[in-house]
Design a protein around this ligand. Structure first.
Ligand code: N01
Length: 524
């Protein structure tokens, strides 16, 4: 059984069913497939990794029949791609839609997982793979009075399917992460007034988005096999090359020129401008200063530019953004930036959003407040392993995994792109495909050896968690209150969750584990 019919769930279904010959049932909460690309329908939603790299690599047949129209595909196009994949591989026949998994328990007598849905359905199977995504448990801040608001309340990650009319409306957007940064410039041309409520400013660099020409597509096609292989072997899963040099070993002029060049083309890859931006504070300061300088150039009012300039954490330690016209939005006369770190939101009334110092009359409130990241989707259902132990208990002090894929005491349960794997720190598509391949090989070799019950050994799990922590300690990631660290939800354990060693190193670890007879997995 696979939970979730997003990119990960569909890749699992195709691989496990069509390549491994297993019987697979996918259970999906949405009333259609697509995962995050089904739910996040807000205006401006698009990926910030090149579409070519944000697509499956398993099938030359699929590649041959699909052309992206834009450098970064918009949500509707990504969803169409997902639909095409489902059609091409006849995936829908094994997907149950509109059922949210509420419980999953391991039956030790039968060695089966029993899964219950919110419609009362019960299904069982030998393996349970959680493909529920790192960014799918929607977070709605608890601001008193929201239910009294007579206008419209929206969340970027749960945007209505029907068109939302924002023309001439007074709109408040709460949050300036990747979603806020995309939705804000997209809606500003039509709204009467836009009030942006910012708690923490974000580092954003230009996306350099463009429509692909036929010539671009022909070039992509020619280089695709080599490009895919490069991505597979890279540390980030991105096609922007990583500069091996330190930001501190070049002259100020050289560095400035290089940043300028990256600024004008790299998009998300700006983070790869130098090798030590995420490990050396002085190196990071050079990039952060450069970006702050650009914000000051892009925003007319110096006080607003200062408010939009991050100063409390290193560049890249929170997930950096790419944008198209985000900062310029604040040069418009109908846009107001409100610093809610200085004057927090306190309540909503029938017509307004209130901070400690002011009241803002609004017709629409948009929450762009993100997710209970990485563990939210895994802990919302009640998952119980051996002896009825709950995953919530096992992970009470933070997620414990072996390779990010399995957790001790939960036999035959696996996670794709979960905590302990590189997941969100690189191109997640590359991680997903690596996980699916690894799990397919692990399961099939265990079945062939007549040891179909696979369980992470507690010692292997402890060693992996220690390794993940050790690697993170060598980085600047720990210097930001980010969702990588569980800081996005009050009371969540502060543990650095993704694996910061990079995709290449992670892949090598997995290959070594497999070559060593799947060391660390007990198979019975
Ligand atoms: O969520 P976020 P997101 N009161 O958590 C603020 C991916 N993604 O949906 O930083 C007031 O990043 C919060 O403030 P702070 C991508 O991986 C990709 O934007 O916590 N404000 C922050 O400003 C991304 O990283 C794409 O102080 C509150 C914002 O809301 C991830 O999804 C597009 C608050 C949340 O930012 C999540 O992005 C979109 C509160 N109680 C998303 N709680 C692309 O591929 C939160 N905030 C382009």
């Amino acid at each position: 059984m696979v939970v979730g019919a997003g990119f990960a769930g569909l890749a699992l279904l195709r691989s496990f069913r069509d390549e491994c010959g297993l019987t697979v049932t996918v259970i999906e909460a949405g009333d259609d497939i697509g995962g995050v690309w089904y739910w996040n329908r807000y205006p401006g939603a698009r990926c910030d990794v090149d579409s070519t790299d944000y697509s499956y690599s398993f099938s030359p047949e699929l590649d041959a029949t699909w052309d992206w129209t834009e450098r970064y595909a918009a949500q509707p196009e990504i969803l169409s791609y997902i639909h095409r994949v489902a059609e091409l591989y006849d995936l829908r026949r094994d997907i149950t839609l509109g059922v949210r998994v509420t419980e999953a328990g391991y039956d030790e007598q039968a060695d089966l997982w029993v899964v219950r849905g919110d419609d009362g359905s019960v299904v069982s199977g030998r393996y349970l793979v959680m493909a529920t995504g790192c960014l799918s448990a929607v977070k709605r801040p608890d601001i008193p009075g929201v239910e009294d608001f007579t206008g419209t309340v929206l969340h970027t990650a749960d945007w209505p399917k029907d068109k939302v009319d924002l023309v001439g409306k007074r709109v408040g957007v709460i949050g300036t992460g990747s979603s806020g940064i995309q939705v804000i410039p997209e809606i500003v041309p039509v709204v009467a007034e836009l009030v942006v409520f910012q708690r923490t400013p974000t580092f954003s660099v230009p996306a350099h988005h463009y429509v692909l020409t036929d010539a671009d597509r022909a070039a992509i096609r020619t280089e695709l096999p080599a490009r895919r292989e490069r991505l597979r072997r890279s540390s980030t899963g991105l096609s922007v090359p990583a500069n091996p040099r330190s930001a501190l070993e070049v002259t100020d002029e050289e560095r400035q020129a290089h940043y300028e060049e990256q600024w004008n083309s790299a998009g998300f890859g700006f983070l790869l401008a130098y090798s030590d931006l995420l490990i050396d504070q002085a190196a990071n300061d050079t990039a952060a200063d450069f970006i702050r300088g650009k914000i000051a150039e892009r925003v007319d009012d110096p006080a607003t530019a200062a408010l939009l300039s991050p100063r409390t954490y290193p560049y890249g330690a929170k997930r950096p953004c790419v944008d198209t016209g985000f900062y310029e939005t604040f040069n418009r006369p109908n846009v107001t930036l409100v610093d809610i770190s200085a004057s927090p939101l306190v309540k909503v009334t029938e017509t307004s959003l209130h901070t400690t110092t002011s009241e803002y009359g609004l017709d629409v409130i948009v929450f762009a407040t993100g997710f209970d990241a990485m563990t939210g989707s895994l802990l919302r259902p009640d998952i119980r392993g051996r002896g009825g132990q709950s995953l919530r208990q096992h992970w009470a002090s933070g997620p414990l995994t072996y390779l990010g894929l399995a957790t001790a005491g939960f036999p035959n349960m696996f996670v794709v792109a979960g905590p302990g794997s590189p997941s969100l720190l690189g191109n997640v598509m590359v991680s997903i495909e690596q996980h699916v391949e690894f799990l397919a090989d692990l399961i099939m070799s265990s079945r062939a050896a007549k040891t179909p019950v696979i369980e992470a050994e507690p010692e292997a799990e402890a060693a992996w968690v220690a390794h993940v922590n050790r690697v993170a300690q060598g980085t600047l990631y720990l210097a930001a209150a980010s969702y990588y660290l569980g800081a996005e939800v009050p009371g969540k354990p502060r543990v650095f969750m993704p694996y910061a060693g990079g995709l290449r190193r992670y892949r090598r670890e997995c290959e070594e584990v497999a070559a060593d007879g799947y060391r660390g997995f007990r198979r019975t």
